[in-house]
Design a protein around this ligand. Structure first.
Ligand code: NDP
Length: 287
């Protein structure tokens, strides 16, 4: 058996058109496109590449991106001030902060993000709203993209055993909640999990966000499992996932790396920005 590919690139391409249409409608009504601000501290080639990819994507659907570059040694107060200013700026509808933050910056600075502009879903309010299954939650784009892939491939989640490997705030944990909200039975694994393979072999849906190249091997996956590989690792100049290539021989569906979960993240960030813009408009109309 060879797995069917969950083609994130193809789905992202078709969604790009849907979003471009929605943006055009927005511009007709509001006069100017939604804008995403990206806050970056210091220079980092990988982060620059990611930001350029976002800029290209947003431009392609008619939205705007504003880069806010802070010095690598900028203070906690400077970062907080930048986030507060963006929160008050009516020309900005979405804000993301490039992570990880430098060591001298405390995570709590992210509480200064305006929750309604937090299109990466990292503000505690959005994490809480996700927990409560509220429609108002802005949900991290990567797990949201994976759920959209499952939906568009008509892969039913209800009642399935879903196993997550990884519990990060931005991927593993929100993915576990999204699967739970869709009535999967969810198990979350991490570094302290005992006998990981025994648990991964129980999965109908296995989602992996670990950051270790090819860590999940064929022996750890039972026949027919749907596998979502969030991993992005560079090995000898090649991008590889957290799931070994051999898993495709036993899985029923699998996301390739590159071309699976990755392209969906960018597209969901666009959708979140549009959603944030619409929500801000509603709130202004109510005020
Ligand atoms: P983090 O480093 O924040 O989290 C990694 C998680 O994996 C932790 O929960 C950790 O457990 C767990 N883990 C690490 N080693 C093991 C192990 N040996 N056994 C079991 N669990 C383990 O990573 P992220 O979630 O941010 O990213 C994970 C991967 O996804 C990376 O490759 C990253 O590049 C990629 N990524 C992809 C995105 C996309 O757009 N597709 C977006 C964001 C990330 P513990 O909590 O115990 O430490």
């Amino acid at each position: 058996m060879s797995a069917e590919i969950l083609d994130g690139r193809a789905i992202a391409r078709s969604m790009r058109q849907e979003i471009a249409d929605d943006v055009a409608q927005w511009v007709d009504k509001e006069g100017q496109p939604p804008t995403l601000a990206i806050v970056q501290m210091g220079a980092d080639p990988a982060s620059d590449r990611y930001v350029r990819a976002i800029e290209r994507g947003f431009k392609g659907v008619g939205m705007l991106v504003r880069r806010v570059a802070l010095a690598a040694d900028a203070t906690q107060e400077r970062m907080a001030e930048a986030l507060e200013q963006l929160g008050m700026d009516d020309d900005v509808q979405g804000v993301i902060v490039q992570l990880p933050l430098p060591l001298h910056i405390k995570e709590s600075v992210l509480h200064k993000l305006s929750p309604v502009k937090d299109v990466d879903g990292i503000h505690p309010l959005n994490a809480g709203l996700l927990l409560q299954r509220s429609k108002a939650a802005l949900v991290p784009a990567t797990p949201l993209g994976a759920m959209e892939l499952l939906r568009r491939y008509n892969i039913d989640v209800e009642g399935k055993n879903a196993v997550l490997v990884g519990r990060s705030r931005i991927v593993g944990l929100p993915m576990s909640l999204l699967l739970l909200h869709r009535h999967a039975t969810v198990t979350v694994c991490h570094t302290r999990t005992r006998d990981l393979a025994k648990i991964t072999r129980t999965a109908d849906i296995l989602a992996v966000a670990v950051g270790r190249p090819a860590m999940i091997t064929r022996e750890m996956v039972r026949s027919g499992t749907v596998v979502i590989d969030f991993g992005i690792n560079l090995m000898n100049g090649e991008m590889v996932g957290d799931v070994d290539k051999g898993v495709a021989e036993v899985a029923s569906y699998i996301t390739p790396v590159p071309g699976g979960a990755g392209p969906m993240t960018n597209i969901m960030l666009m959708r979140n920005t549009l959603q944030a813009a619409q929500r801000q408009r509603e709130l202004r109309d109510k005020a």
